[in-house]
Design a protein around this ligand. Sequence first.
Ligand code: CAA
Length: 284
Amino acid sequence: MTKEIRTVGVVGLGAMGAGIAQLCVEAGVETVGREVSTELAEKARDRIAHFVSRKVEKGTLDAETRDAALGRLSLTTEVADLAGCDLVIEAIVEELEPKQELHRELERVCAPDAVLATNTSALSVTEIASATTTPERVVGMHFFNPAPLMPLVEIVRAELSSDDACETAYAFAERIGKRPIQCHDTPGFVVNRVLIPLLNDCIRVLDEARVGVEDLDTGMKHGAGWPMGPCELVDLVGIDVHVHASEALYEKTREPRMAPPPRLVAMRNAGLLGRKSGRGFYSY
Ligand code: CAA
């Protein structure tokens, strides 16, 4: 049985969380966004307002609908303010302990039948859920970057997730206009299990084939039909995020292709993080 979602909470309003909150308010859902500071929360509101306003400028949305959408977003720095949420989507730092701690707190604060979803991309949903005493209501809802534009959401069933929690998450993803798929909690789930080693191969090919960054991107766009080249994509995702996800998957699978290529690790260490830092494979 799916649970009716009247209010959704989004915890962590970075690029992913802000994108998820944007999707929710645009789909007509009252949304409470939580950040650790008022400054970060306001930054996320500005980001969401910017992208929704671009639609008004481009004539695909009217100003009234935009204002109504933005009016559905309330911001807080207190986890306690998520008490009234029927579903909470967590999109905080990609580290196990903070995620477990947050889920313990959410379990204390939210109603017993609220569904708790994590947007983790490379950690185990089962391990996150194991920090709670009600792991049956914990599922993965894995969105792709940029969340407002990428149609897919992976609905990840952890070892103890209930059918109700999985069905509720699936139905909610459809309600906000996404194309959900169901899978089990294995390292990288479905898409990252394939995409992360593939992107790592692409970066290794840069050195092996002595091909330039732009030529590699052109090759994959025009020879494999990718919407953007691998170097552009890693810049979009964030070199640090990609390296971190690769390390997490390598740790779990021990497959050499999962390990981040040294070239990416060096870029991460030098602060070349892609679009968000202004420099990665390209300058922005
Ligand atoms: N958030 C919200 N809205 C955004 C946005 C964002 N981050 N980025 C762009 N938009 C909006 C903008 O308003 C933009 O219009 P303007 O530029 O006129 O303002 C509008 O969307 C359209 O943007 P684009 O013109 O850039 O759209 P596009 O048609 O070129 O497509 C794309 C862009 C969807 C990103 C496409 O290039 C694509 O599909 N790329 C592949 C992305 C991909 O593979 N993502 C998966 C990454 S892996 C991952 O996420 C897994 C993980 O766990 C790390």
